[in-house]
Design a protein around this ligand. Structure first.
Ligand code: PMP
Length: 435
């Protein structure tokens, strides 16, 4: 059993200087019963070491970007080279073209791209561009999908599908929330109803094509096709937020993932990306159809800019990460390990009478402490947060690091091994028994 004295001390200190002691609220342990978050000091491969020298197997993976494991030599070398040749120029570089072509080669819907610094920025920019292109203001989104912390997408559902949104955060004007309509995921009738009411004012329908933010949730067959058809019939654009899903399940995006047989029918007008494509350094990107992207300055009237955008370090890191992911068999290996992990967790939970629903998509899985399928946000709400909180801490004490959120996925990396999975299942067996 571990002690985390130093983490507790640092947390007390951090609370005096950094809001809530953390630089992103999801890092606090508020949602898992409170206490000091673990302060990590080093990471390599599938492992973390904290400031008290405890070792952890990492399934947090920095909320998704770390798909090759920490400090992957190929990425480290690229970042080192970038550091030695200057990390920020404020001029174009050849590497940016190389990276743009890598994205385009993997994703047919991208005629042109623009690099930014985060997923939030990428999403914000797609909305600006969609509004510029259509001359309309409203956005339709889906309940439980997270699109970053910009005003427009931090808006929850009103009381029904045909009501306008209410702010999800203080500091968001009602006037902005009124431009957003939120409907349930996997519900084409609700989308149609919203479009009937607001379609003529709708600039875009935005969706995580495979959801990563209330667990891993697949669109039901026909949902994305129907979404695209309904949006276009209303003259609205389709925006896919692939910040989590990009290069997660295969070398490409959710929109090019083989389970959707008819890519053309689900192709978006605009796509937002982030996370994995930076190899761990800050990045975002958005792109889409030429006619739409040509709205962006300096070509068009939609302004979007960035001092740090396309910086040589993030681009070099991103290219190196994508190169690792091009190696044969990497996704198959993560898939196989995640399957073993999911099967083992399910069997262990069943043995101890713990209700558990696992949604697994290749190397990512979400664990819902409930006894029914999770295909939309409402169902995910039944996940027992208190039980997850206890499970989370029981796992942490045994050196298994999960995200401190009942919705967040467990991510496999190319660095995880069979032995890591075995150790994790052994820890889970103790945790489920203790629940
Ligand atoms: N979109 C999705 C689907 C996300 O999951 C996230 C982050 N979890 C974002 C956008 C925002 O990205 P960032 O945190 O890089 O701003």
């Amino acid at each position: 059993s571990q002690t985390r004295t130093r983490s507790s001390e640092l947390y007390e200190e951090a609370l005096k200087h950094i809001v809530g002691g953390v630089n992103s609220p999801s890092r606090s342990f508020k949602a898992v019963g409170g206490g000091a978050p673990v302060f990590m000091k080093r990471a390599e491969g599938a492992y973390f070491w904290d400031v008290d020298d405890n070792r952890y197997i990492d399934y947090l993976c920095a909320y998704g970007p770390i798909i090759t494991g920490h400090a992957h030599p190929h990425i480290t070398e690229a970042i080192t080279r970038a550091a030695q040749t200057g990390v920020l120029y404020g001029t174009p570089t050849e590497l940016e073209i190389h990276m743009a072509k890598m994205l385009k080669d993997a994703v047919p819907s991208l005629d042109k791209v623009r690099f930014v610094n985060s997923g939030t920025e990428a999403v914000m920019s797609t909305i600006r561009v969609a509004r510029a292109y259509t001359g309309r203001n409203k956005i339709i989104k889906f309940a439980g999908c997270y699109h970053g912390h910009s005003d427009l997408v931090l808006v929850a559902a009103g009381s029904g599908p045909s009501t306008l949104g209410i702010p999800d955060s203080a500091g968001i004007p009602k006037s902005i929330a009124q431009e957003v309509i939120t409907v349930p995921f996997n519900d084409l009738n609700a989308l149609e109803e919203a479009l009937n009411a607001w379609g003529a004012e709708t600039a875009a329908v935005m969706v995580e094509p495979i959801v990563g933010n209330f667990g891993m949730v697949m669109p039901e067959p026909g949902f994305l096709e129907g979404l695209c058809r309904l949006a276009r019939a209303a003259g609205a654009l389709v925006i896919y937020d692939e910040v989590i899903t990009g290069f997660r399940f295969h070398y490409g995006l959710a929109q090019t993932y083989g389970v959707f047989p008819d890519f053309a029918a689900i192709e978006p007008d605009l796509t937002a990306m982030g996370k994995i494509i930076g190899g761990g350094l800050p990045i975002g990107a958005y792109g889409g159809r030429k006619s739409v992207m040509d709205q962006v300055a300096p070509l068009g009237p939609a302004y979007q800019a960035g001092t740090m955008a396309g910086n040589p370090a993030s681009i070099a890191s991103g290219i190196a990460c994508l190169e690792v992911l091009q190696e044969a068999g990497v996704y198959e290996r993560m898939d196989a390990l995640a399957a073993k992990l999911a099967d083992g967790l399910q069997a262990s939970a069943n043995r101890h009478g713990v209700p558990l629903t696992i949604n697994r998509i290749r190397g990512s899985l979400s664990t819902h402490f409930c006894d029914h399928p999770v295909t939309n946000y409402e169902q995910s709400q039944d996940t027992d947060g208190a039980m997850f909180g206890r499970f989370f801490k029981l796992m942490l004490e045994q050196g298994i690091c999960l995200a401190p959120s009942k919705y967040e996925a467990w991510f496999l990396t190319t660095a995880h091994t069979e032995a890591d999975i075995d150790a994790t299942l052994e820890a889970a067996e103790h945790a489920f028994a203790a629940l």
